[in-house]
Design a protein around this ligand. Structure first.
Ligand code: 3HC
Length: 296
């Protein structure tokens, strides 16, 4: 199936970046959010990123940059944002009932051929697809943060998805410049299931007094070639997101070792969410510098 028009729902961290990639990859893009303020901020970021990371670095010409921005429109009205689209990528907040309601609305507003993809990192794609009358055209596309930089998309296959939807989605991801990997719709998919173990073990090592978060991060960067250590990466993703993912994995496996570490629970109780509010294993300053947070 030929895809020309993509609608991206949600103009936050992931959504604005996906919309940027879709526009610079040649798609006509419609970016939807409930708030005009979010859309204005997203447009400003996308415009800045296209200039700073693509045009100024000679990756695309100034004309192509302008053409990409001209292919991008924004809307706070869901129906007009999606009514003529071929492919929807939903990147709204991680709440199952909200996603299900949005998918049911998409089902009413979109043409019959439109494929619906959710960028959920945690929720069951099968349950989101079940809110529509077209589960064969629903799929997961899990992008990684920062979405413009990370090359992977996990293509998550819910029960009932058609082979044509899978093939079309793989082709869209490739056109976005990504490497898609298919996986089953089981909690954590591939990457978060493995990263969950890493976050859990790093927290336990801090609790055991094996080493400080800073020492663990340095060890994994220098000893295992990680671009970020596990504590930095946990801060980067956010403890609230880790909690959601880990709770889902634990519910699925029932393993005690998958129960969210008390370390993250205490951090969340203390209002420490990670980089997003400047308070995680490290305290972050507005200039981007960081100092270790003294846990004990
Ligand atoms: N648009 C286009 N290009 C961009 C861009 C943007 N918005 N932002 C950066 N780039 C380009 C840069 O220009 C640069 O290009 P170049 O190599 O050609 O010069 C390239 O992307 C790399 O950018 P940076 O130099 O800023 O990146 P760093 O080398 O400093 O690395 C990092 C930063 C990519 C964040 C690296 O530290 C890293 O890989 N960290 C690990 C991140 C990770 O693991 N993410 C996954 C988390 S789990 C997840 O997301 C799951 C979810 O469900 C929570």
């Amino acid at each position: 199936m030929s895809i020309n028009r993509i609608a991206v729902l949600g103009a936050g961290t992931m959504g604005h970046s996906i919309a940027q990639m879709a526009a610079t990859s040649g798609f006509d893009v419609s970016l939807y959010d409930v708030s005009q303020e979010f859309l204005d901020k997203a447009l400003a970021k996308i415009t800045g990123n296209v200039e700073k990371f693509l045009v100024a670095k000679g990756k695309i010409s100034a004309e192509d940059g302008q053409a990409a921005l001209a292919r991008l429109r924004v809307s706070t009205d869901l129906e007009s944002a999606v009514k003529d689209t071929d492919f929807v990528i939903e990147a709204i907040p991680e709440k199952l009932d909200l996603k299900q309601k949005t998918f049911a609305d998409l089902d009413r507003f979109c043409p019959a051929h439109t494929i619906f993809a959710t960028n959920t990192s945690v929720l069951p794609v099968t349950a989101i697809a079940g809110a529509t009358k077209r589960p064969d055209k629903c799929i997961g596309t899990h992008f990684f943060n920062p979405a413009a930089v990370m090359k992977l998309v996990e293509v998550v296959l819910p029960l009932g998805v058609s082979a044509e939807t899978v093939e079309t989605t793989l082709a869209v991801c490739q056109q976005l410049g990504k490497t898609p990997i298919k996986c089953k719709d089981l909690p954590g998919f591939i990457v978060n299931r493995l990263l969950g173990r890493l976050y859990q073990e790093a927290a336990q090592m801090v609790l055991d007094g094996v080493a400080t978060p800073e020492e663990i991060d340095t060890a994994m960067k220098l000893g295992a070639g990680y671009p970020m250590g596990p504590c930095e990466l946990a801060d980067f993703g956010g403890f609230d997101v880790i909690q959601m993912a880990q709770d889902a994995i634990h519910e699925y496996t029932g393993l005690e070792s998958d129960r969210l570490s008390i370390m993250y629970r205490k951090m969340l109780e203390a209002g420490r969410l990670g980089r997003k509010n400047g308070k995680g294993f490290y305290d972050y300053q507005p200039d981007g510098s960081k100092t270790p947070f003294k846990i004990f």
